[in-house]
Design a protein around this ligand. Structure first.
Ligand SMILES: [Zn+2]
Length: 345
């Protein structure tokens, strides 16, 4: 779902292509940094922005994108526009494990020997997401029971659960953690752990160029999902808010996000993202007095949904229930009470 833009777009071509549902052309976005749009097959969004960091010895990619033939062709053409070749790629770094970011990494390792890099937490998330328990329909049935989903809805939900896995399997050659520094020729990237979208999501900061590679943690208009890849016992919403606070030192930086377009105005966007999610937390907290320990289903049907609650089916229903479960959990924490008191939403 898009929102009114509170940021300053830095690329008219990227914004026009995105709004037209087309794949943008590769373009230089900073000294020795190119943005290469890599298509997402049959997706709800057109492409991922892969960033190619050029140096004398080769090319380093941040979020190489989807790893199918079309994706590799887009990378090849984009690198050609930047005066480089696919064979120059030395490193493929992913901000998180989703296939529209990490997908092409292992393909590039196979094709040109690229070193695959992502966070050690994300490595554990990926392992748990691909574990038998995570892909097991009986385990999902137990979740539906716990959520209090009526019998009539189960079939469509279980069918949506069977859709092709959104997980790419890739083992890293190098893992990074909070505050690690990647020295990539003239590009010095500091790793900032930003859990929320996934537990192991990271942003990368180039202090010299004033750049923030934000992955899916902060996009200019899209509200990316929260908790799409977690470890047991994590608090994705609490983490997400804290991860937005952590970016305050970079409010004046140019943001290079995983989708849409590069922008300035991180402070305004951070505030907008926090307010958006806190409104939902406040809505759930208000229901808690009345509903108490009622199952997730009872909460979800009482919340306001842009597309309406009746008629919500399959994957969208699953997302709504999952989001409700996260807010119901988070609303009970001291952290939530403090944030709600300050925001007075
Ligand atoms: Zn993404």
């Amino acid at each position: 779902m898009g929102a009114v833009s509170v940021v300053e777009s830095l690329s008219p071509t990227q914004i026009a292509a995105w709004d037209g549902g087309e794949t943008a052309v590769a373009e230089q976005v900073a000294p020795d940094v190119w943005a290469i749009p890599v298509p997402i097959p049959a997706g709800t969004i057109p492409h991922t922005l892969c960033y190619a960091l050029l140096d004398d010895r080769g090319v380093h990619l941040v979020d190489p994108g989807w790893g199918d033939e079309t994706g590799i062709e887009a990378l090849t053409a984009g690198l050609l526009a930047a005066g480089r070749a696919l064979g120059d790629v030395r490193t493929a770094i992913a901000t998180h494990f989703h296939p529209d970011h990490l997908g092409a990494a292992s393909v590039l390792r196979g094709l040109v020997g690229a070193r695959v890099v992502f966070s050690s937490v994300e490595q554990r998330v990926l392992q748990s997401e691909t574990s038998p328990a995570a892909t097991d329909a009986p385990a999902y049935r137990a979740t539906l029971r716990e959520w209090g989903v009526p019998d009539g809805e189960w079939e469509a939900l279980l069918a949506s659960f069977d859709r092709p896995s959104l997980v790419s399997s890739a083992a890293p050659d190098q893992v990074i953690g909070d505050n690690s520094v990647l020295e990539l020729g003239t590009h010095r990237l500091r790793v900032i752990a930003t859990p929320g979208h996934t537990d192991g999501h990271v942003c990368l900061v180039d202090e010299e160029r004033g750049l923030l590679y934000s992955g899916d943690h902060v996009l200019p208009r899209i509200y990316s999902g929260i908790g799409i890849g977690t470890l047991p016992g994590s608090d994705p919403l609490g983490d997400y808010f804290a991860s937005l606070d952590r970016l305050a030192p970079y409010d004046r930086y140019t943001v290079l996000p995983g989708h849409e377009y590069s922008f300035r105005g991180l402070d305004a966007r951070r505030a907008q993202l926090i307010a958006h999610h806190l409104r939902r937390t406040a809505e759930v907290a208000a229901l808690q007095e009345e509903l108490g320990d009622a199952p997730v289903w009872e909460y979800a049907r009482r919340l306001t949904w842009t597309a309406g609650w009746d008629g919500m089916r399959g994957f969208w229903l699953h997302s709504a229930l999952r989001q409700t479960a996260l807010h119901r959990e988070y609303a009970r924490t001291d952290g939530a009470r403090e944030r709600l008191a300050v925001a007075a939403v």
